[in-house]
Write a protein that binds this ligand. Structure first.
Ligand code: ATP
Ligand code: MG
Length: 358
């Protein structure tokens, strides 16, 4: 097992920057998740770590050794590709043996390693089948076995669950995490699925347009997002456009004045003045029939839309011709659930408002 260091890694295709200056240290045995929208450079980053794409700049170190110029089979990284990429004409056993043959292990050792690894992913007895004779979940496990068979120092997983249905996805999530823990494998997994990222990761990296936006725990990203992109990508937020008039006082373009002192209120906002956007999480907003005098902010509005989600209810509120926000309430006995068109009051503490400079 080993620590993985990614140092200033970049990939350019002509003038296009697919990955820009990515630096990350993944601790021995850590499960790191790269999260970001389609096209943000996740696969490119992972493939550079595995050695399938040559970086334009930067270095990759495995266990302290620089492996940047080594071919994939000479760096001990096991990779599960987006959509598995099993060899369709090879049997399950031959697929799993592939990396071992590249590494020129003796035949007998290969056979034993293949059996062990297939048993590990609970596919003992399936070695003679072709990939097309397996279900999606089984194919996924073959891809995982192929990556694990080489006894990798680092496991690289590119959207390994993307082709599974919702139920199987949840099961395989747990299986992968248990296996990873048991083997103490340093792992980097790529996904664009927020829930998958939040449930599986020790630590997360949010990427956008080739760059790392923020690295942190689930809580860091949700409660202290580094910028507007992260605030909108991890969880939900209402964004109100406007300007900081003074430190802690935000005026929306619709003319609402909002108190936003507290943690995060002045992130990147310099002297506390100028164009900015205010972000408020829907569950921090209280809704009631009368003004909430106990909160720093209390505004009146009209209900535009109510969406019933079962345990939770979203209430979309029009605050001014150009300002609207979402409040999310728990669907408990006695909860105040307003009707569309009803005038209501919303309120939230100043500490719930995060301001980001435009
Ligand atoms: N060989 C290539 N030549 C030119 N551009 C490329 C090449 N490979 C990837 N790109 C571009 O680089 C960007 C990043 O691609 P990448 O596959 O890393 O995205 P991703 O984050 O994995 O997206 P997804 O979630 O859709 O898999 C994309 O805009 C893509 O079009
Ligand atoms: Mg990808």
């Amino acid at each position: 097992m080993a620590q993985l260091d990614i140092i200033g890694l970049a990939k350019r295709y002509g003038d296009f920057h697919a990955v820009r200056d990515v630096s990350l240290s993944i601790k021995d045995g850590e499960f790191l998740v790269l999260l970001g929208p389609s096209g943000c450079g996740k696969t490119t980053t992972l493939r550079m770590v595995a050695g399938f794409i040559e970086p334009t700049a930067g270095h990759v170190k495995l266990g302290g050794t620089d492996v940047t110029v080594l071919p994939p089979w000479k760096r001990n990284a096991g990779m599960v590709f987006q959509n598995y990429a099993l060899f369709p004409h090879l049997t399950v056993a031959e697929n799993v043996a592939f990396g071992l043959e590249m590494r020129k292990l003796p035949k007998r050792d290969i056979a034993q390693r293949v059996d062990e690894t297939l048993a590990l992913v609970r596919l003992g007895g399936y070695g003679g089948r072709l990939p097309r004779q397996l279900s999606g979940g089984q194919q996924q496990r073959v891809a995982l076995a192929r990556a694990l068979a080489i006894h990798p120092d680092v496991l690289l997983l590119d959207e390994p669950l993307s082709n599974l249905d919702a139920k199987l996805r949840q099961e395989v999530r747990v299986e992968i995490r248990e296996l990873q823990r048991k083997m103490g494998l340093t792992t980097v997994m790529v996904t664009h699925d927020q829930e998958e990222a939040l449930t599986m990761a020790d630590r997360l990296v949010v990427m956008s347009e080739g760059s790392v936006r923020q690295v942190g725990s689930q809580r860091d990203l949700y409660e202290r997002p580094a910028d507007r992109f992260v605030a909108g990508f991890v969880g939900r937020s209402t964004f109100l456009e406007g300007a900081l008039e003074a430190p802690g006082r935000f005026r929306t373009d619709g003319g609402l004045v909002i108190a936003c002192t507290g943690d995060g209120a002045s992130k990147g906002t310099g002297d506390g003045r100028g164009r900015a956007v205010l972000s408020v999480r829907p569950e921090r907003v209280a809704v009631g029939p009368s003004p909430n005098t106990g909160l720093d902010n209390s505004l009146s509005g009209t209900v535009e839309f109510v969406s019933y989600l079962g345990a939770l209810i979203d209430i979309h509120v029009r605050l001014s011709p150009s300002d609207r926000m979402v409040a999310q309430i728990a669907n408990r006995d006695g909860a105040f659930v307003p009707e569309v068109g009803q005038p209501i009051h919303v309120g939230w503490p100043a500490s719930a408002g995060q301001v980001f400079k435009e």
